[in-house]
Design a protein around this ligand. Structure first.
Ligand code: GAL
Length: 418
């Protein structure tokens, strides 16, 4: 059923796209993205307005589905049909993949004119500049190891911000006893993997996370610490409500916003939903790093890949790239989106408490060797490996494997996927 719905959504998106190409035409851009929740759409409007202010038309090509899996399916179909959109939201290894296929335009002129090399962090350049060529424009830096909490629910139950896994487990128990859903969760593979990013970081530690998810070391993948990560996932699974299956991430965020649930483990795009609902950090909701990962940042950066339209980069593509990298846009957009700037020279003055923490955490993690690409959001490994991990994590979450079997399956699945 879910597959059918997805296929229908993709078919509709493709039909819409066929009609929209002309509209994009000359003087405009067609932008494929998956920013369809309330908070995401509010952030996207900052970009649309910026471009429209420059007289550049915007043809919107939204493909719903958190994490972008469906958007990438539509993209592949469009490219195969010889009808690539002008600009496409992309993540990590997917960008490198499209660049290696020769599908992306060369942005080196605009990058050189605007000095991107000096202001975009090295961790992002790794995915934006492939073989010396800038192929995409980084919009932001998100990170996945956050927890979001309803402040009055926590206060009413005498719970303070958990520092350790044991604190967190105790808080879940208290909420369950009080009849509140401890964890708001959406049962979709990418969401389970997002939770796993933080949980595995807490049990494996930074070296173990890197060894397992980035270096794909079979020993780290098959370690006792990995089994413990799966054990913790089982505890989390026991603390979600019975309707979690298939729920979209923003609906899970809404459960925390309206006090139905205590916590959500999700990337900082969740903050966009709290802000969109008029909530204030520190007053209505809390943001904190997943217990045991306070010094680490698992990041993913949204970028816009510029697809080669048969020649050099178009004026509109260059204008879009330039608008995205402008310091004022980087502040205005990321304040709304929940992410932090993709440049190191943007002031944190306009950011709220969570945003200021995000900016400081990112800088500290980058300089102390604690910044790692997110496994769940395509910044640790290519799609085949990521999807192999998704399958095991989600099967375990849904009770198909116990933790010991999940560890064995993980080692095997990753070996096969490489
Ligand atoms: C991430 C993306 C975010 C947000 C999230 C949920 O992959 O980086 O910007 O959109 O998915 O859709």
């Amino acid at each position: 059923m879910r597959l059918l719905l997805k296929t229908t959504a993709i078919a509709l998106a493709l039909t819409a796209a066929a009609g929209s190409v002309k509209a994009a035409g000359h003087g405009g851009v067609e932008v494929l993205h998956w920013w369809t929740s309330g908070g995401e759409a509010a952030a996207l409007n900052v970009l649309k307005d910026d471009l429209e202010g420059q007289g550049i038309g915007w043809t919107d090509m939204p493909v719903a589905g958190g994490g972008g899996e469906q958007a990438m399916t539509v993209l592949r179909a469009r490219v195969t049909a010889g009808n690539a959109p002008t600009a496409v939201q992309g993540l990590g290894f997917d960008i490198i993949d499209w660049a290696k296929q020769g599908a992306l335009a060369n942005l080196n002129d605009v990058a050189a004119a605007e000095g991107w090399d000096a202001v975009v962090p090295a961790a992002l350049q790794h995915f934006a500049k492939v073989d010396g060529v800038w192929v995409s424009a980084p919009v932001n830096v998100h990170s996945t190891n956050w927890v979001w909490a309803n402040k009055s629910v926590l206060d009413a139950n005498g719970i303070s911000v958990p520092e350790t896994w044991e604190d967190f487990a105790a808080a879940m128990e208290t909420l369950a006893a009080a009849g509140v859903t401890p964890i708001a969760h959406g049962g979709q593979a990418w969401q389970e993997a997002t939770v796993f990013d933080a949980v595995a970081m807490s049990t494996l530690g930074p070296d173990g996370y890197k060894a397992a998810f980035i270096d794909l070391d079979p020993e780290a993948l098959g370690s006792d610490a990995m089994k413990e990560a799966f054990d913790r996932m089982a505890v989390i699974r026991a603390n979600v409500d019975e309707n979690f299956s298939g729920r979209d991430w923003n609906l899970a965020t809404a459960m925390v916003i309206n006090g139905e649930a205590g916590f959500q483990m999700m990337g900082d795009w969740a903050k966009g939903e709290f802000l969109n609902a008029g909530q204030v950090p520190g007053e209505d909701f809390l943001c904190f790093r997943f217990p045991g990962t306070q010094s680490q940042v698992t990041f993913n950066a949204d970028q816009f890949m510029m697809f080669d339209q048969g020649g050099s980069v178009s004026t509109e593509q260059a204008a879009l790239a330039s608008a995205i990298l402008s310091p004022s846009f980087q502040s205005a957009f990321n304040v709304v989106k929940g992410s932090v700037p993709a440049r190191t020279d943007v002031s944190d003055a306009d950011f709220d408490a969570c945003g200021k923490q995000g900016i400081a955490d990112l800088a500290a993690a980058a300089s102390s060797g604690n910044l790692f690409g997110s496994m769940a959001h395509g910044h640790a490994n290519e799609a085949a490996v990521k999807n192999a991990m998704y399958d095991v994590i989600t099967a375990h979450f849904n009770g198909e494997f116990d933790s010991e079997t999940a560890v064995e399956e993980l080692v095997t699945a990753v070996e096969i996927a490489q």
